[in-house]
Write a protein that binds this ligand. Structure first.
Ligand SMILES: [Zn+2]
Length: 417
């Protein structure tokens, strides 16, 4: 009996001490990583972003580690993707610099839903290292808090179910046969002619997940009990698209400069992407009704941009009162975008000096096709600051939506409105 008991104890100890093998999974929506090595002894996972450069810059990554021991410290070492960029431009035939893929603080989750910042990581010559204590056997790590097409559909559904004035729409069906969810907000019975037109979209660049969180903040504020939100939705048609490039977000690719055309260089007379064509069509309809008032395109900037800023478009496209209205909007935004994510009132041009295809950038296309007074801007929200968390992004979104209401309350179009 005693031998049996000793054997049982020995076996139990053996099982308890046997390290479960660490495995890495990316077979889920938005997942992306190529595993270079897993070192069980040091609990170190070395990986690179998994994206196909033909489907955009391989800077997005999102992985799950299974088999972690409770309380163990996992070490995550990223190296840059070794795949070369096929697109014409500064990176052609070279791998993308790893800096695009290395926030100081990565996003970590222990349930796949709630995302926190890791402690600041450490730069290495060939990449970056983050550490995370495993509270659970599965640990998710990503470039930033993920926001996938499923999250976009869930957001639209939740707001539409909660508010009779918010309706779900499908903006388009993508080339790879996925829906592009969007929300249409319109309260009360005022006729079209007495309503402003507002368009807010995010994720023309798939890797820039922060843009979708800002967009969610915008949508939540427009549907909130805030008196100014209520005022606006009774006097506007508001369209919100949390994820434009659904296909590349779904497959965990970067989207930026995807072949054959970057989404935000696709705003031509013959767009390649159905979601761009569908957005143009709805915006053109608002223009035809003389009520395309505010267009906002939401992005994340470069790793070194530690304050958010607007791309203000090409000045030569704007006559007065367009320039004055744009500057007024920027001033109102600067008052409201007060953190936690820092903002600089210094906007940047995105015209002739910015890119050869500047006319096919969404906010320039809107300016060129819209009305004299239309405000058309791109907000680049910083992703590499301590405030660039889900809460930080949502706050920026609420602040931006409040700016839209404050701006339109000044009656930019007609004094009698
Ligand atoms: Zn972008």
């Amino acid at each position: 009996m005693r031998i049996m008991r000793l054997l049982t104890i020995a076996l139990t100890l053996l099982i308890a001490n046997a390290r479960a093998a660490l495995t890495v999974a990316t077979d889920f929506e938005g997942g992306s990583a190529r595993v270079v090595s897993v070192d069980e002894a040091t609990q170190t996972i070395r990986f690179m972003p998994g994206g196909d450069p033909a489907r955009g810059w391989p800077c997005w990554w999102f992985l799950r580690v299974d088999g972690a021991e409770a309380g163990a410290t996992l070490t995550f070492e990223i190296v840059g993707s070794d795949r070369t960029i096929p697109q014409v431009g500064g990176y052609k035939d070279k791998p993308l610099p790893v800096g695009w893929a290395t926030p100081v603080r990565a996003a970590v989750s222990f349930d796949g839903k709630t995302w926190l910042h890791t402690d600041p990581g450490a730069k290495r010559a060939d990449g970056f290292t983050w550490r995370a204590k495993a509270d659970t056997p599965s640990v998710w790590l990503a470039w930033g808090p993920p926001f996938t097409p499923r999250d976009s559909a869930a957001l639209v559904k939740r707001l539409a179910e909660a508010h009779p004035f918010a309706k779900p729409i499908t903006l388009a069906r993508t080339r790879e046969d996925r829906d592009v969810p969007a929300l249409h907000i319109r309260a009360g019975g005022r006729p079209d002619a007495e309503r402003f037109g507002v368009w807010v979209q995010a994720r023309q660049h798939a890797w820039e997940s922060g843009g979708s969180w800002v967009c969610r903040g915008v949508a939540e504020w427009f549907t909130s009990d805030d008196e100014a939100a209520r005022w606006l939705r009774e006097r506007a048609d508001i369209f919100i698209v949390p994820v434009m490039d659904v296909d590349h977000v779904a497959t965990g690719d970067g989207g930026k400069e995807a072949l054959p055309q970057d989404h935000n260089r696709d705003w031509s007379d013959a767009p390649h992407w159905p979601e761009v064509a569908a957005a143009q069509k709805r915006i053109a309809a608002l223009v035809a009704q003389q009520r395309m008032d505010v267009f906002l395109d939401l992005h994340n900037p470069g790793p070194g941009d530690l304050a958010s800023y607007f791309y203000a478009g090409e000045d030569s496209l704007l006559a007065d009162p367009g320039r004055a209205r744009r500057d007024r909007f920027l001033a109102l935004a600067a008052e409201r975008l007060e953190g936690p994510i820092p903002h600089t009132a210094m906007s940047k041009p995105s015209g002739t000096t910015y890119h050869p295809l500047w006319r096919q950038i969404s906010n320039n296309w809107v300016t060129a096709h819209a009305l004299h007074h239309t405000v058309s801007l791109c907000l680049e929200t910083s992703w590499n600051t301590p405030g660039s968390t889900i809460d930080g992004y949502l706050t920026t979104g609420r602040q931006l939506a409040a700016t839209v209401a404050a701006y339109l309350r000044e009656n930019p179009r007609s004094p009698q409105r």
